[in-house]
Ligand binder design. Sequence first.
Ligand code: FES
Length: 323
Amino acid sequence: MPGELVEAPIEVYRFDPATDKAPRYERHVLSLAPHTPVLTALLRIRAEEDPTLSLRYSCRSAICGSCAMLINSKSRLACQTPIGPEIERHGRIVVDPMRNQPVLRDLVTEMTPFWSQYRRIEPHLIADPAHPMPEGRPTSMTPAQVERFRETPRCIACAACYSACPAVEADPMFPGPMALAKLYRFVVDPRDGATRERLVRIQPNGLWLCLRCHLCTEACPKGVRPSERIMDLKELAIAAQGATDPGSRHAVAFKENIRERGVLNELKLARQTAGTAGFLAQLPQGVRIARRKPELSKTPPTIAGKEEVEKLYEALDDGGSSA
Ligand code: FES
């Protein structure tokens, strides 16, 4: 019904590291129209109930990327998330600061780690000395070339993907989805003269730590689909350098391993990924695993219907996907 209001219980994370021993949640109940953005609700709490609440925002139109936060545990833009569906689904709205970044105060996080990773990929064209750009303006690109990175410029650097990424949580040296999506943009740009160097440089502690969970793609409010760009980068890295990094060796070995019998031969995969020396170094751990799960130490039989698996591989090879 037009004009209908809903009771919205909102629990807001509060923490000032300078004065508080531990974070707490403050509960507010507002009457709001279902389409009201979470950001508007927070601004109303700040205007009417607690002027000390700290949060970032600017455009209120999903353009500036300032208002990313966790809303019911998902990384979202607060100005783009209406309260109605959240209340319907969860019965309340719990608002937290983004993950993977230290809290400065309440919902405001320190974004230096995020921006440091962005700088690490050198987010600018690097001229190719063999083909210098005409003075004052870059060489032009064809529409087909631009199409290859059509989605990446939509990124508003809100860091929702960085907050959602479990690989960043596990290893702060992982560049994160946004930096890698931006890297892809320069790697496929025909005007860039450092494609191979970029791909070689990013592999250790970089590309192959991605778990392919696609949480970054789910979190991205602009449809950049960073996880897909990371998969593209993996293929480009193997094409440029071969399977020389442990991560790329594992990806290529995994594919060839299953092709043999239609099922994964775990023992062989460990040897293919780590090489003989690495395999021997892992042997004590392998023996412990084999004691618990003896089936993993045996070569599995070829599955029935392996021809169907082979057909899948032929289709994959046609599409050129290995990572
Ligand atoms: S306030 Fe600018 S994106 Fe939300």
